[in-house]
Write a protein that binds this ligand. Structure first.
Ligand code: PA5
Length: 368
């Protein structure tokens, strides 16, 4: 893996050079994300898990890691507004003590082989929880088939982080199947799908850098450590998605935090930025309605930018769309494209994840 220190200025406008850096086709998957989401909605709706169990669901736990867990985080943002029961995301071998027979556990693992998720699945079974799985196959699908747990099967063969559409819309379908959504979100889903199709045309590799916000963002952050800040829960979650995509695709450090919490601690850390973090950049993720709907929060972001402003380079990006779902996914899509362009600028294949592969195989060999 080689890091390109000073990339050619026109790299992002050279389709051949970008293709050479991307032998496994992460850009194709990113361009294809809009279509993936449409296919995911169709697949999820077509799956018939059988009669709806009569047992009540008092809470929902999505248990997952990494690229599969972020779909759960996005679901949590939607559920905060659209369900009457709490939903949390669990990223661990074990489940919280409250998980019981009245809990719906959604075990999500793209590969179906993640050991932490398999352990949490086994614990959910011991507790008598109501389980559904979202996976492309693997051990998780086999266990669920044996145990009679419904499985939303999604197409396999691609990186989990490039499969967020399949994962998210299957989990959403599981909530709908259990009657946990307060209203139909079909119109929001359709708005999201149409918006993603439009954005694909704006952020794609054939659009030149000076007209392409995703390429421009990647260029601006080139050689810097990005820090993504989001106010409101969904923007904080998107900030974490952007961080993960920069980590995995661009193999770059990146950090994320959420306001207001950032205002009560991390804001002070910028005092030494000129010495400690001279090549860091802040990106504020913003909502188009925040000035009307959450004016105090919007003002907070403005003031935060002023307080830390002199010490660091910063810029804003604004979500698009009307519904929460569309606004959330519009920013996810921008960050996905920017992280793949960032990989190219780093001279790195965005698909390979050697560190994760090495770690997982060492864990498989360890018999403790
Ligand atoms: O993006 C990745 O490859 C990782 O973050 C994986 O999603 C993570 O290791 C968990 O694997 P899986 O999604 O297959 O359960």
């Amino acid at each position: 893996m080689t890091l390109q220190i000073a990339p050619r200025q026109d790299l992002l406008d050279d389709p051949g050079a970008m293709r050479d850096l991307d032998p496994s086709g992460m850009m194709d998957l990113t361009v294809g994300f809009a279509a993936q989401c449409r296919e995911a909605v169709r697949i999820a709706a077509a799956f018939a898990p059988g009669p709806v169990p009569q047992r009540p669901v008092n809470n929902v736990v999505v248990t997952a890691l990494g690229g599969s867990a972020i779909g759960g985080d996005l679901l949590r943002c939607l559920a905060a507004r659209e369900t009457d029961v709490p939903l949390i995301v669990n990223r661990d071998y074990t489940l919280p003590a409250f998980v019981s027979k009245d809990t719906l556990v959604i075990a999500a693992s793209y590969s179906g082989g993640t050991e932490e998720t398999l352990a949490a699945y086994a614990q959910a079974r011991q507790r008598g929880a109501q389980i559904v799985c979202v996976t492309s196959g693997g051990i998780l699908a086999d266990r669920a088939d044996t145990d009679g747990a419904p499985v939303w099967r999604i197409p396999g063969g691609q990186p989990p982080r490039a499969s967020t559409g399949y994962l998210f819309f299957s989990m959403l379908a599981a909530l709908a199947w259990r009657g946990l959504l307060r209203r139909s979100v079909d119109a929001d889903v359709e708005e999201t799908l149409e918006l993603l199709e439009d954005l694909r045309g704006e952020y794609g590799p054939s659009v030149a850098t000076d007209a392409n916000p995703a390429k421009a963002l990647a260029r601006e952050l080139q050689g810097r450590v990005p820090v993504f800040y989001g106010a409101q829960e969904y923007l904080g979650v998107v900030a974490v998605r952007w961080k993960g995509q920069y980590n995995e695709n661009a193999k770059s450090h990146a950090f994320a935090n959420v306001l207001p919490e950032q205002n009560h601690n991390e804001i002070l850390a910028w005092a030494l930025a000129r010495r400690q973090a001279p090549r860091w950049s802040v990106v504020y993720l913003r909502d188009p309605r925040e000035r009307l709907e959450t004016p105090r929060l919007a003002h907070r972001v403005d003031v935060t930018a002023k307080v830390i402003g002199r010490s660091v380079r910063s810029r804003e990006v604004v979500a698009r769309g009307e519904s929460l779902l569309a606004r959330m996914f519009s920013l996810v899509y921008l960050g996905d494209f920017a992280s793949v362009y960032a990989a190219y600028l780093n001279g790195i294949d965005p698909t390979i994840i050697p560190g994760i592969d090495r770690l997982k195989s060492a864990m498989r060999r360890f018999k403790g």
